[in-house]
Design a binder for this molecule. Sequence first.
Ligand code: XIL
Length: 374
Amino acid sequence: MKTQPFLAITSGFLAVASSLSAQPTLKEAFKNQFLIGAAVNQRQFSEQDARGAAIVKAQFNSITPENVLKWEAVHPQPDEYNFEPGDRYVEFGEKNGMTIIGHTLVWHSQTPRWVFQDAEGKDLDREALLTRMSNHIHTVVGRYKGRIKGWDVVNEALMDNGMMRQTRWLKIIGDDYIVKAFEFAHAADPNAELYYNDYSLENETKRNACVELVKKLQARGVRIHAIGTQHHNKLASPTLAQMEKTLVEFSKLGVKVCITELDVDTVASSQRNTSADVADVTRQTGTDNSQASGLPDDLQQKQAQRYAEMFALFHKHADKIDRVTLWGVTDADSWLNRPGRVNHPLLFDRNGKPKPAFDAVIKAANPPTIPIVP
Ligand code: XIL
């Protein structure tokens, strides 16, 4: 059918008009600053959760797998890999032109007990565990070589007191297990970016320990592209000054910073506990259901203000930051919801609607210009 010139012009005009009035998206708003990512679950990347998938496609240009590439999921038994979900995850990212992140290779959590044991249940020795680590990393990183842009190679190796966490990895291999993990990952995909990822890096003791750790890795010739700082934050902690100090100190090491698991816990009784240790968070059960019927308006505003301030800070230091990733899409998906504990930590509510925090983040992308007083 021949298009009527008048109709063509009118529909062209309408398309422009509607795109102008449309709410800006997160990835558009920060396109000159950093990537903006979300941790996605299987229901989202398989598009079974169509609403969640649509939000991810519209708003984010990077994805992290919330669980499917963790050891217990991808390598549940010594001779069994389960790549089906990981393959779908990577395909989803490719189909939508996203920067695809891998999470995580070496961690104390969500790693089966057998990893550290022989067939008789006895602890492996250093060499045997290194071989197992190497095989796992080569198999998983190798499978997605050139497709996954960067990997959280080691997750949460430090304690809040700045000591190395006493994991099976450390006890059996010794403290060069981190160096080895990075070397294996680099050999498996020489072009992949490699990250060290941890939480509470805004606390001075842990920040300093991380700086020392990264210096040691660099002295051993390890290629580390960025430090991932998780940012499982509360309404008031850590402070902006703490966050800023961490960004600046890490950047002095010649590495980039990624904000890897951002959320803002709104539940009153969580505010006291500043630990983002998975074990601590999981233990907080049944203690506070005060937000089961929704997030009260004052807290909605408080959270929006908090997100605004954090993104203003990230914006200010955009030259140091590669990516800001939220740990989930809507409030309903968040790991911070526990039985008897409804939480509201993210930018989209349980109906998939942008919250005041979303608007605040978009605004922070375009800070008002400060008039120059002559
Ligand atoms: C969490 C997931 O969101 C949950 O679904 C899972 O049950 C436990 O792990 N730090 C990390 C993430 O590095 O892998 C954790 O993800 C949250 C804390």
